[in-house]
Design a protein around this ligand. Structure first.
Ligand SMILES: C[S@@+](CC[C@H](N)C(=O)[O-])C[C@H]1O[C@@H](n2cnc3c(N)ncnc32)[C@H](O)[C@@H]1O
Length: 262
């Protein structure tokens, strides 16, 4: 997989999980007021279920397409794994339904709570106008402090070596082509238009280099699915000068999964 696909991508899935979980945990550990976490396009990720047990005072929501979520609910029932009381599943198509609509009637949802939204490996399945609509919807719906942690690819499926283009063509057949991408140098402007401020980021290569040895990084691109932490701007902040963008802190570890020697 590593040789055929974008070098490093298979392990990137593990690294990005670690990045998101660590960032959320550090946000929650310093949080004094009621907080909620909304994982959009959660798929089969176990993050919300595990963290809900660890943080019983925090409300967790998982949102995904009905077909994906029903499969997950079925698997959880098969293995007799009940959902923690502070973790709620919401079925919705982010491309078709405004978030306000999806969250309507959810008793535990608090519009004014400190909220972190996670979009891990999801935004490439939405078009640019759907991404804009989603961020606008989040800004309107969540009236308190809002932070979004998300991944965004930086190039189109048409770029890359022939094997990558071939895999992308196969993914397109199963309706998994990249619909939205944004180069990192365009990201601050894209977010500024939507009244969000880019605060932290983690480029693809940097994430790889935290966990892999030098020799394994030779073909790894500098950027691919980069990760970003952005905060909803207040009215005063929208005219304030931009601040330095920090790196998302990582858990320091020696290289995790060595590749076979060539
Ligand atoms: C590549 S998976 C990532 C899953 C999970 N976030 C993770 O990183 O392990 C993409 C997820 O986005 C969901 N998704 C794609 N398009 C969506 C849409 N329009 N509305 C809601 N969820 C969507 C898929 O069902 C899938 O669970």
């Amino acid at each position: 997989m590593d040789r055929l696909f974008i070098p490093g991508m298979t392990q990137h899935f593990a690294f990005r999980k670690r990045l998101c979980e660590h960032r959320l945990a550090s946000a929650l550990s310093s949080c004094v007021a009621p907080a909620q976490i909304i994982i959009l396009g959660a798929g089969f990720d176990t993050l919300a279920i595990r963290m809900a047990r660890q943080y019983p005072a925090v409300t967790f929501f998982e949102l995904d397409l009905p077909q994906t979520q029903r499969r997950k609910v079925g698997i959880l029932a098969d293995i007799r794994h009940s959902l923690p009381p502070n973790c709620e599943f919401v079925e919705a198509d982010l491309a078709a339904v405004a978030l306000e609509e999806a969250m309507r009637g959810k008793a535990s949802f608090q519009a004014g709570a400190i909220t972190w939204v996670v979009l891990e490996g999801v935004l490439m399945y939405l078009t640019e106008s759907e991404v804009r609509a989603l961020f606008t919807s989040l800004r309107k719906l969540l009236t308190g402090s809002l932070t979004i942690l998300f991944g965004a690819t930086c190039t189109s499926d048409a770029k890359g070596n022939w094997s990558l283009r071939m895999i992308n063509a196969l993914l397109a057949k199963s309706l998994e082509s990249t619909k939205w991408f944004c180069p990192s140098n365009s990201m601050p402007g894209f977010l500024n238009d939507l009244e969000f401020r880019l605060e932290e980021w983690m480029p693809y290569y940097k994430l790889q280099s935290a966990y892999r040895a030098e020799a394994e990084l030779q073909n790894v691109p500098k950027e691919d699915e980069n990760y970003y932490v952005v905060r909803k701007m207040t009215r005063e902040e929208s005219s304030a000068p931009s601040r330095a963008i920090k790196e998302i802190p990582l858990i320091p570890l020696s290289p995790l999964i060595p590749l076979e020697a060539k």
